[in-house]
Design a protein around this ligand. Structure first.
Ligand code: AP5
Length: 185
C-alpha cells in the first residue's frame, strides 16, 4: 500500500499518518520531519534548508527529491509507505511519478484532508505555544497557507485527474478522521 497524504499545513497529515502506519503496517515518510532532522543534525542540507523553512517557503525540489530518494532506498519501505508533505508542487508530483516508475512502483491512493483556514490557524497557534516550532508563528502560518494554495493545491487536482483522489473532512476528533480515511480506502 503506497499512499500520498495531502492537505494544508495543520490539517492533520502527520497526526493521521502516525495512526495509519500502524493500522496498515507501512512506514510514515514526512519530508518535513526529514528536513527538520537534517536541520537538527546540522548537515549541509539542513543548513541550506533552515532559513527557507523558517520563512514558510518550499525547500528546493532537487534537495527534497534527493532526501526522498534516499529514504525510499531503505529496506523498511518494502511493505508500503505513506508520503506526508510530498509532493508539494506539480514538478514534485511529476518527479515522484518518474522515480516510482524507475522503482517499478505506483501510488495506490491520494487522500486530501480538508480543513478551513481559521481552524488551521488556531491549531498551529496552540502547537506554537506547546512546542515552539519556528514556522508556527501566525504570520508564517498564513504565508504557508498562501504557498499551499498557490503551489500545492494543484497537486490535489493532479491526483484527481488520475482517478486516485479521495477528499476527507479533516474536522472532528482524531479518531473520527482516522476512520473516515480508512473508510475511503
Ligand atoms: P511540513 O512538516 O510538511 O509541514 P506542513 O505541511 O506545514 O504540516 P504540519 O506539520 O504543520 O501539519 P500537518 O498537516 O502534518 O498537521 P499535524 O498532524 O502536525 O513542512 C514544513 C516545512 O518543510 C515546509 O514549510 C517547507 O519549508 C519544508 N518542506 C516539507 N516538505 C517539503 C517538500 N516536499 N518540498 C519543499 N519543502 C518542503 O497537526 C497540526 C496540529 O493540529 C498538531 O498540534 C495536532 O496535534 C493538531 N491536530 C491534528 N488533528 C487535529 C484534530 N482533528 N483536531 C484538533 N487538532 C488537531
Amino acid at each position: 500500500m503506497r499512499l500520498v497524504l495531502l492537505g494544508p499545513p495543520g490539517s492533520g497529515k502527520g497526526t493521521q499518518a502516525a495512526l495509519l502506519k500502524d493500522r496498515l503496517n507501512v512506514v510514515h515518510i514526512s519530508t518535513g520531519d526529514l528536513l527538520r532532522a537534517a536541520v537538527a543534525a546540522g548537515t549541509e542540507l539542513g543548513k541550506i534548508a533552515k532559513a527557507t523553512m523558517d520563512a514558510g517557503e518550499l525547500v528546493s525540489d532537487d534537495l527534497v527529491l534527493q532526501l526522498l530518494e534516499d529514504r525510499l532506498g531503505q529496506p523498511d519501505v518494502a511493505n508500503g509507505y505513506i508520503l506526508d508533505g510530498y509532493p508539494r508542487n506539480l514538478a514534485q508530483a511529476k518527479a515522484l511519478d518518474a522515480l516510482l516508475s524507475r522503482l517499478e512502483q505506483n501510488i495506490d491512493q491520494a487522500l486530501a484532508l480538508i480543513v478551513d483556514e481559521e481552524q488551521i490557524v488556531a491549531r498551529l497557534a496552540q502547537r506554537a505555544s506547546e512546542q515552539g516550532r519556528t514556522d508556527d508563528s501566525e504570520s508564517v502560518v498564513r504565508h504557508r497557507l498562501h504557498v499551499y494554495a498557490e503551489q500545492t493545491a494543484p497537486v490535489v487536482d493532479y491526483y484527481e485527474a488520475k482517478g486516485l483522489l479521495a477528499r476527507i473532512d479533516g474536522v472532528g476528533s482524531i479518531e473520527e478522521i482516522n476512520q473516515r480515511l480508512m473508510d475511503a480506502m
